[in-house]
Design a protein around this ligand. Structure first.
Ligand code: FUB
Length: 670
């Protein structure tokens, strides 16, 4: 379904003129294929899962049938997992729900199960339900077949559940629209509670959307602050039940927005705040506020947050267009879902007959950006899983912008059906090192083809690259000493052969970089060559400078690293293991066949920079209703003073009328 720009925009040629002058969006908002709101991040194993509510494409007020799931391992490339629960067939998880208000969710894990808490309508009230799954991706089933909370004292506003499990095992559930705010203690089973539902006095600017968490012995409660526009406020306490001390704003409200809703989480050693804006349904500048009316076509954003020494949170500016920085890089030699996207223009996603999701509704000129792709020493071929009920089209692969260097073009022919899948392939040249990768789709009119997954091959692939045979020749010279701070260099000291192969050079990180998937040590060979540079081994993503990795001496089989992070067992062939001076570990990184575990992914050092902002997205699709960037690069003469004046006047009118109505269980709350 096409996404409609606001009527007010399409109705005004002056507005259309101004629209073409808006600065382009970059990687915030993080989801462009759908409207999403009420972010609820959850970390499980090495992945950050983001549960969201979902504004329908044609929503004006709240039109919300289901909850969605996205995931990331690098904070910028997000994989779409589709609908994980809902209140309407064919995704009616909660049979008792009798309306279309699938509002703000949160999922928490406990003892190998995942509990999804949601507000939904029942009998003219908003109540809280809970579903359970064995996996973060679902399927979720209603845990108790009835609401978990239906509080007669809440005025029908049992909304926005948030749960945190304290270190002593006690789980707390907060919820409620202001006034008031409530909490209750959940039982160990997470699907029932004990004791009274406690009503709290209003805290500071509390409006709705509570988010409970603890950090370093302190308790925090965030929320959407006084409407409208809503920012993000917060309070602190020594205990999960308060008393709470209001601490101000994590982020102030902004005239470009109406609502907001925090989701705050720690991931790979950093803290992030999620919320939403309206920048895709209504591209904005700092001087053009959101127009009036009930505009619930929201888009989730993310920023990094920090803590001061006293535990308070330094205030952030309004959502940037760049969002959070990338952690590590993306490995193009691993099969990747097409719906793993940093930013996109136009296209949509859908359930795929081969499992998971695919990218669909791809039209001429639309694109997908995948950020921070590490081609290492180079890709030579590309393959894609595609299906086309029409005549297909082409997939252009470009570097760093949708008009950037063309490194390959794959032709997609008709396959006879939109879910009749085939794999196409084509040659690639010029794709080395780290770039933002753009898949630019070209062809005739209408929907060209569907796109399920993609993968590159070539010498840069640590799994098949030339850099791999570390070990067999890797005599660890006598007396080899271990690298400072590194792993033991047993091979070196013994003077024996590095029998296990190893010296997985690529496992080393670049200066200032991070470990990638592969990590460092070889499985079978224990890196006798002494390959673990200072900073340790783990692929956990921690940035580990290679300062100590340079001191491996007398190590014909050992580690030698440069400031750029290259590490190579001299005896082993390591052509792929070279790291550039920018700090990107080489592909081969890895040890290989000879017994060393391939550091697939090698290290993903991140010394080099990747542009954060999309350059020059096209401005031809201002009227497109499929999301993405509908603008040209900068304010130009097309934004006449007349048109700006018209927009300004409308904006002021809109501001005057923009107030939210009190919540009810009806479809319109703002
Ligand atoms: O998305 C529906 C409602 O709007 C949520 O439950 C509130 O927090 C607000 O974001």
């Amino acid at each position: 379904m096409k996404r409609a720009l606001l009527v007010i925009l399409s109705a005004s040629s002056a507005m259309a003129t101004v629209l073409s002058s808006w600065a382009c969006l970059a990687d915030n908002p993080i989801i462009q294929t759908k409207f999403t709101a009420d972010p609820a991040p959850m970390v499980y194993e090495d992945t950050l899962y983001l549960y969201t509510s979902h504004d329908e494409d044609n929503a004006t007020g709240f039109t919300m049938y289901n909850w969605m799931l996205y995931s990331t391992t690098d904070m910028v490339n997000w994989t779409d997992h589709g609908i994980i629960a809902g209140v309407r067939d064919p995704h009616k998880t909660f049979k008792w729900a009798d309306g279309n208000n699938a509002w703000a969710p949160q999922t928490v894990s406990r003892d190998g199960k995942f509990y999804l808490y949601i507000p939904a309508p029942k009998g003219g009230r908003m109540v809280i339900g809970v579903a359970v799954s064995d996996k973060p991706t679902g399927p979720f089933v209603d845990a108790i077949g009835a609401p978990l909370v239906d509080d007669p004292n809440s005025g029908g506003n049992d909304i926005d559940p948030t749960v945190w499990i304290a270190d002593d095992g006690q789980a707390y559930l907060y919820f409620g629209h202001q006034p008031p705010l409530f909490y209750v203690k959940l039982n160990q089973d997470m699907v029932s509670y004990s004791g009274d539902i406690v009503k709290l006095d209003r805290i500071g600017t509390y409006e709705e959307g509570p988010w409970l968490w603890a950090f370093e012995g302190r308790w925090y409660l965030g929320w959407a602050s006084t409407c409208c526009p809503e920012g993000i406020g917060y309070a602190m306490s020594d205990q999960p039940t308060g008393p709470w001390t209001f601490k101000g704003s994590v982020m102030d409200g902004d005239s470009r927005s109406s609502g907001n809703h925090p989701g705050i989480v720690e991931y790979k050693g950093s803290w992030y705040v999620f919320g939403f804006n309206y920048a895709i349904s209504y591209p904005q500048t700092t001087t053009q506020p959101l127009p009036g009316g009930h505009t619930e076509q929201r888009s989730i954003c993310v920023e990094k947050l920090s803590y001061a020494a006293d535990g308070t949170i330094p205030k952030l500016p309004w959502w940037t267009t760049t969002g959070a920085p990338q952690i590590g890089t993306l490995d193009p030699y691993v099969q990747t879902e097409a719906e793993t996207i940093a930013f996109s223009k136009g296209l949509k996603t859908e359930t795929c007959s081969e499992g998971g999701m695919d990218v669909t509704a791809i039209e001429n000129g639309e694109y997908i950006k995948v950020k921070g792709v590490d081609f290492r020493s180079g890709a030579t071929s590309f393959k894609a899983r595609v299906a086309s009920a029409a005549n297909g089209g082409k997939i252009e692969m470009r570097l760093d912008s949708q008009t950037g260097t063309l490194v390959g073009t794959c032709t997609v022919a008709g396959t006879g059906g939109a879910q009749t899948w085939t794999t196409v392939s084509c040659d690639v040249s010029g794709a080395t090192e780290v770039h933002d990768l753009y898949f630019v789709f070209t062809g005739g009119s209408g929907s060209l083809f569907n796109f399920n997954w993609w993968k590159f091959d070539g010498p840069g692939d640590p799994g098949t690259g030339t850099g791999g045979t570390g070990g067999t020749g890797g005599i660890a010279g006598s007396g080899g000493t271990q690298p400072t701070g590194g792993a033991s260099n047993t091979g070196g000291t013994s003077g024996g052969l590095v029998t296990g192969g190893a010296g997985p050079a690529g496992g080393a990180e670049a200066t200032g970089g991070r470990f990638g998937r592969g990590g460092s040590s070889a499985a079978a060979g224990t890196a006798d060559g002494g390959m673990v540079p200072s900073g340790g081994t783990g692929p956990t993503g921690g940035a580990v400078p290679l300062t100590g990795g340079t001191t491996a001496t007398n190590d014909t089989g050992g580690v030698v690293s440069s400031s750029g992070g290259a590490v190579s067992p001299a005896g082993g062939s390591m052509s792929g293991g070279v790291t550039t001076s920018g700090g990107w570990p080489g592909a081969g990184g890895a040890s290989t066949s000879a017994g060393g575990a391939p550091a697939s992914g090698g290290a993903a050092g991140r010394g080099g920079g990747v542009p954060d902002v999309d350059a020059g997205t096209t401005g031809t699709d201002a009227s497109s209703d499929k999301g993405g960037c509908a603008c040209v690069a900068a304010v130009g003469p097309s934004a006449s003073s007349d048109s700006l004046a018209v927009l300004g006047a409308l904006g002021l009118l809109a501001l005057g009328s923009r107030r939210r109505r009190p919540p009810t269980a009806s479809a319109s709350r703002r």
